[in-house]
Design a protein around this ligand. Structure first.
Ligand SMILES: C[S@@+](CC[C@H](N)C(=O)[O-])C[C@H]1O[C@@H](n2cnc3c(N)ncnc32)[C@H](O)[C@@H]1O
Length: 229
């Protein structure tokens, strides 16, 4: 499915979110500490890794995704930048323990067949004291996200996404997978059960999307540090 939409993936993100996806990545990355070696998991066309580099939150980025056409679609964007890339599965990451100072996942976690196993893998490949940043559409529970996902997400995104990409089913999947995914509270429990010791949650657009920074063996510094969902 991701291979089919890879050619128009960036365009669709910008149009369907009215460029809010760019702002959400920027805001979330700004809450990270600066890191050296950073994994961008389910990197797609590298937007999150590029943002981390632009903000000085990453020295070098490695993008990993199980969909080769997505990596190809983003190849020109990483040209000349300190970003390497490889094909890999989030549930069986081809990296040694503690390989990275931080890991990032934007709108990938919801797609992994076993989100808890993926969280354990993220914890494994990040060094103690490192951070994991996840952006995602979690199962909507409050009134505004429920209305938004139940109307715009259910009807407008499949229609516009289908017209622009020629693949309506891929954009029907987006809303369906959100409805079936973990809620914020459930995701927080999964992250802590995976070994992360602190989480900082960031609601975007009234909770339509969220970012979360999970700490591997330390306490988050900065505004709003500590706390839970
Ligand atoms: C919605 S896209 C997000 C891409 C990018 N992170 C962004 O923010 O634009 C989801 C990505 O997750 C990747 N993905 C889905 N399941 C995966 C898995 N099990 N292992 C690795 N990548 C996966 C897809 O190939 C796709 O590129």
């Amino acid at each position: 499915m991701f291979g089919r939409i890879s050619g128009r993936y960036d365009l669709l993100n910008r149009v369907l979110s009215a460029r809010q996806d760019v702002a959400w990545r920027r805001q979330a990355v700004s809450r990270l500490r600066p890191h050296g070696r950073v994994l961008d998991l389910a990197c797609g066309t590298f937007d999150l890794g590029l943002e981390a580099l632009a903000q000085g939150r990453a020295g070098v980025v490695h993008g990993c995704d199980f969909c080769l056409p997505m990596l190809h679609a983003g190849a020109a964007k990483r040209s000349g930048r300190p970003i390497t890339a490889s094909v890999g599965d989030a549930l069986h990451l081809p990296f040694a323990d503690a390989s990275f100072d931080a890991a990032l996942v934007a709108y990938g976690w919801r797609n992994f067949p076993d989100p808890a196993a993926a969280a354990v893998e993220l914890h494994r490949v990040v060094r103690p004291g490192g951070q994991v940043l996840i952006l995602e559409f979690f199962k909507p529970e409050r009134w505004w996200p429920r209305i938004f996902h139940g109307t715009f997400g259910r009807y407008v995104i499949p229609t516009v996404g289908g017209l622009l990409s020629g693949d309506r089913s891929a954009y029907t999947y987006l809303n369906a997978s959100t409805a079936k995914f973990l809620s914020v509270a459930e995701a927080d429990t999964v992250l802590r059960a995976s070994g992360f010791t602190a989480t900082v949650w960031m609601p975007f657009f009234g909770g339509v999307s969220h970012g979360v920074i999970a700490e591997r063996g330390g306490v988050i510094a900065g505004p709003g540090g500590g706390g839970g969902a």
